[in-house]
Design a protein around this ligand. Structure first.
Ligand code: PGA
Ligand code: ZN
Length: 418
């Protein structure tokens, strides 16, 4: 009864107003799974390929009509008749049908849509929530959120070189309390930005995007907002960064254009170490560029024992790339983005690889999102302990927080720790 009978797909809009793929998978028993595919802006070079039409007359070239046609054509043919409960077989059929190492022929956006919709259809057929259907051999638990309250880099129209300044309510006893603390700090920050004459417009992930030029400026405001909300920095609420350093690594150096300085690899590492000494920062994602592996190693050797160093662009959710990091000793955590690799099976296998090596795992959204909340369920099912899903504003971000609030209500699960 869980045999895949039909695959439908369409173009819908993402949070930036660009088209993206949505897929419906229908099973023989009538069960429906629907999934929408996210999209990044500061994409890693080794990501699976998101197929765009490139027709300048439609959606400024960003249309995904070809990916939709691939989903309902060859990819649908490849999975029709397969058992939706056998996710590995479905994903293997999708990968085979595409036939390229980076899913560039039929599109990772088409493939991922079917992969995720299949899991949702199977969960629906069983009458269980997705997080329960996907449950691994590890204990499920609610993830601790990294809440992005200041946006810069490719996600905002300001000079800030670093992409994300996040808060993690490390002292919160429950997921709901973590969200409450994040919301309070977000609104305190809004007031203090306005009082200082800054604009309070938000960036792509719902965090404020004032005309800051330095990380220190942003961190001073964030720290002050934590304290002014009645929380102890470091104990109640810690800070996490995503500089997204691949975006400003140019000609072998880190070019801080907003700040107006260029730092050598050694100077950039020393600068990050300085930030770690001055602020209660517990985690830095992409502190170094994807092709600066020597820099990654240098920073990991220097700070990795006490700070979570999360590989996003450098790993691209790919188990083989992660394996290289584990073997060579760079980073100590991985960011997991389902569309970087393009199937659920590969995503879960990368999570397992990280786990076995003692690397921490952070489930993540993309800067372009939809109302789809699959990553919330994935975070709980894998028990990975951490989720990064933007600010506590904008429905594309809060949909995930709200889903996790409901899951917490359904279950009495342990809460993630960094
Ligand atoms: P992206 O940004 O989705 O635009 O790649 C998120 C991140 O860098 O973590
Ligand atoms: Zn990142």
């Amino acid at each position: 009864m869980t045999v895949i009978e039909a695959v439908a797909a369409r173009q819908i809009l993402d949070s930036r107003g660009n088209p993206t793929v949505e897929v419906d998978v229908r099973l023989a028993d009538g069960s429906l799974g629907r999934a929408a595919v996210p999209s990044g802006a500061s994409t890693g070079a080794a990501e699976a390929i998101e197929l765009r039409d490139g027709d300048p007359k439609r959606f400024h070239g960003k249309g995904v009509a070809t990916a939709v046609a691939n989903a309902t054509g060859p990819l649908a043919d490849a999975v029709r008749g397969l058992d939706a409960e056998d996710q590995a077989a479905v994903d293997a059929a999708l990968i085979d049908c595409d036939g390229t190492p980076n899913k560039s022929r039929l599109g990772a956006n088409a493939i991922l849509g079917i992969s995720l919709a299949t899991a949702k259809a199977a969960a629906a057929a069983k009458g269980v929530p997705l997080y329960r259907f996907l449950r691994r051999d590890t204990e499920p638990r609610l993830p601790r959120p990294m809440i992005n309250i200041v946006n810069g880099g490719a996600h905002a129209d300001n000079p800030l070189d670093f992409q994300e300044f996040m808060i993690s309510p490390v002292g919160a006893p429950t997921f709901f309390e973590a969200v409450r603390m994040g919301s309070e700090i977000f609104h305190t920050l809004r007031r203090s930005l306005a009082a200082a004459g800054h604009n309070t417009n938000v960036g792509d992930e719902g965090g404020f995007a004032p005309q800051f030029t330095t990380a220190d400026e942003a961190l001073t405001f964030v720290l002050e907002a934590i304290t002014a909300s009645g929380y102890e920095p470091g104990t109640d609420v810690a800070i996490c960064l995503d500089p997204a350093a691949s975006e400003f690594f140019k000609g072998g150096a880190y070019d801080y254009a907003g700040e107006g300085v260029s730092r050598s690899v050694e100077e950039h590492v020393a600068y990050l170490s300085g930030l770690l000494r001055r602020y209660p920062i517990v985690s830095i994602e992409d502190p170094m560029a994807q092709d600066d592996l020597a820099g990654w190693k240098l920073l990991t050797d220097r700070e990795g024992a006490t700070t979570q160093l999360v590989g996003d662009d450098v790993f691209c959710t790919d188990a083989a790339r992660l394996r290289a990091g584990i073997d060579d000793g760079y980073a100590n955590a991985i960011l997991i983005k389902v569309n970087q690799v393009g199937t659920l099976t590969e995503t879960l296998s990368t999570v397992d690889t990280a786990r076995r090596a003692g690397y921490r795992v952070v489930m993540s959204h993309r800067s372009g999102e939809t109302e789809d909340t699959t990553i919330a369920d994935l975070a709980v099912a894998t028990g990975c302990g951490q989720i990064k899903t933007g600010s506590v504003s904008r429905s594309d971000r809060t949909a995930k927080y709200n889903r996790l609030i409901r899951i917490e209500e359904e279950l009495n699960l342990p809460f993630g720790r960094i």
